[in-house]
Design a protein around this ligand. Structure first.
Ligand code: ADP
Length: 567
């Protein structure tokens, strides 16, 4: 807009970019097309990093994980209808996991949509998004863009974080208005995620319960990791000596090698603890709903959560502490000056005995090299390399690749393990890897089942285009769960769970100019992973895993309905 007549004018797509900048948004993840291509160009021209993907779901996953890592909403930008719907999967996943994210989509002509007159990519996107997001807003006037973005930011990061949809109509994107008036309509959101202080009585009750406990346990969830209250959590755990159990994305909040980690005695501590603190962890399916063989009905629970609705979701909570984990942990640490909480020596020694036995059993499995490789020797090779790359982020998805990876790969620092999360979903791999690499600038190692990789595999072109330091290990056992199932009809079609075990995923990476390796032994994995990490170049290692070693549904066999007809 350099022409004299228009120099005091602006338009919707400039205003939204100015509003994003004003709120320190420094990256947008998206796929361009009608009607948002120019908006992406303006964002880039204004210094916001634009990362262009091959599929909106991956762009959305990258935005969501950047939100998790930074506590600022990650922004995903898509075209209308199908692009929006692809992004919506990631928005729903972000909401389910409690990651702050804003999906911004362009939409077609409202008048035509509302009269269902058949517009190009016609869809009532605002209403479609509502059930899957914390909130869904549509902007109908350019002067409302500033306030709409402010509402989206605050909603995404305050309370339990989640996904927000922001609908920008074609009319709004191109609507022209006076630049001075537009500048006054945008602002930086004040204190978008205000502290939520816990009631002092609730803190006191929780501490008293812990003081009287003989066998206390702390379960760390990804809410605790998200909160970034790392120092106070560590101080509380180390001062009290209470053993802790990290949920998968909370691994590394304290190092997995920490002497108080009870991960190797998980079922023992869950079923024998008399008081369990749930710190930013929901009592959902990942914890057996707090019922069943791993849980005792006698155990008393303390739950720390920002969301009061979460309390008593699955069983009675004796001491709810509703507040943000930073504020709560500050009070808990202060409380230790006058309440004596100390895990008993008997409890700790009992746990250590079980840990020693279980760790020895695991070491025997891990240290046995076999060809073709099983999950144990392949993952051991990765674990041993990562000991020297403690800054690396680990993305992990698959069934067996995930379950074994979670147990075998040690994490040393907070928020560096990124995985299938609350839904146990596949398809987050490359989106999370790209989001983590862009946000942190650190190396990323993505450990992927061959089936899981397929959902977002085309994003290796994105990884190469932006030259990101991502090394992908595809655990290729030629199938979903396993690669040795047969067609029960007897014709030549592959079985429903079959994939191509002869596939050379490493060649895909080479096609885009990255490094490809094929590994048949644990040592070859080690050498190839080192080459990826040392070079910082996009790298893919096709790991040949024995097709017969996977378990159907991984650790979730009990969730898989079985037919009475097993032929
Ligand atoms: P995990 O899968 O690791 O067990 P969940 O996602 O089930 O973790 O649970 C995370 C919980 O943490 C959610 O109930 C969420 O409301 C809560 N939470 C998120 N952020 C905060 C915070 N800053 N303070 C307190 N609770 C939080």
């Amino acid at each position: 807009m350099s022409d004299n007549n228009t120099q005091n004018l602006t338009d919707g797509m400039h205003i939204i970019v100015d509003a994003l900048k004003k709120n320190d948004i420094d990256a947008i993840y998206g796929v361009v097309g009608i009607p948002i291509t120019d908006m992406a160009r303006h964002a880039q021209a204004e210094g916001i990093r634009y990362i262009g993907f091959r599929h909106e779901q991956s762009a959305g996953n990258a935005a969501a994980i950047s939100g998790y890592l930074t506590k600022k909403p990650g922004i995903c930008l898509t075209v209308s209808a199908p692009g929006f719907l692809n992004g919506l999967v990631a928005l729903a996943n972000a909401t389910t996991n409690g990651f702050p994210m804003i999906l911004i989509s362009g939409s077609s002509d409202r008048e035509i949509i509302d009269l269902q007159q058949g517009d190009y990519e016609e869809l009532d996107q605002m209403n479609a998004a509502k059930p899957y997001a914390k909130a869904s807003f549509r902007v109908n006037k350019p002067e409302d863009i500033g306030i709409a973005l402010a509402r989206a930011i605050r909603t995404s990061v305050s309370g339990r974080p989640g996904g927000v949809y922001l609908d920008l109509t074609t009319e709004v994107l191109s609507a022209v208005m006076d630049k001075d008036t537009a500048d006054k309509s945008i602002f930086k959101v004040e204190d978008p995620a205000p502290a939520q202080l816990p009631a002092p009585e609730s803190v006191n009750k929780a501490l008293q319960l812990l003081a009287g406990a003989k066998r206390p346990l702390i379960i760390l969830g990804k809410g605790a990791a998200y909160a970034q209250a790392d120092q106070d959590i560590q101080t509380f755990i180390e001062t009290t000596g209470i053993p802790f159990l990290p949920m998968s994305m909370a691994k590394g909040l304290l190092p997995d090698t920490h002497k108080q980690s009870a991960a190797a005695a998980r079922s023992h501590v869950l079923s024998n603890a008399d008081v369990i603190v749930l710190l930013g962890a929901r009592l959902n399916w990942l914890l057996g709903h707090g019922k069943g063989k791993n849980w005792s009905a006698e155990t008393k629970l303390i739950q720390v959560d920002i969301d009061a609705n979460e309390i008593d979701s699955n069983r009675h909570i004796t001491a709810p502490v509703v507040g943000d984990i930073n504020s709560v942990m500050a009070e808990f640490v202060k409380g230790l000056q006058h309440v004596n909480i100390q895990a008993s020596q008997d409890w700790i020694e009992g746990i250590n005995t079980i840990k020693t036995t279980n760790e020895a059993k695991m070491a025997a499995k891990l240290n046995k090299d076999v060809v073709p490789m099983n999950y144990f020797c392949a993952l051991r090779a990765i674990r041993d390399v990562l000991v020297d790359y403690k800054d690396a982020y680990v993305v992990n998805e698959g069934a067996n690749t995930l379950d074994n990876g979670r147990n075998i790969i040690d994490m040393y620092k907070p928020r560096q393990r990124l995985d299938c999360g609350t839904w146990g979903v596949m398809g987050i791999g490359m989106g999370y890897a790209i989001g983590a690499a862009v946000t942190s600038g650190k190396p990323v190692v993505a450990i992927e089942g061959d089936s899981a990789f397929g959902f977002s595999g085309m994003e290796i072109e994105t990884i190469c285009r932006y030259q990101l330091p991502v090394t992908i290990l595809v655990f290729n056992n030629g199938g979903v769960y396993r690669g040795d199932d047969v067609n029960r009809h007897g014709d030549s079609d592959p079985a429903p769970t079959s994939l191509m075990k002869e596939a050379r995923y490493d060649k895909m990476m080479e096609a885009f100019g990255g490094q490809g390796f094929n590994a048949t032994t644990a040592d070859e994995i080690k050498q190839a992973l080192l080459a990826g990490l040392q070079s910082g170049k996009p790298t893919l290692i096709n790991c040949e895993i024995d097709p017969t070693v996977g378990t159907e549904s991984g650790h979730l066999t009990n969730l898989n309905p079985q037919s009475v007809d097993t032929k």
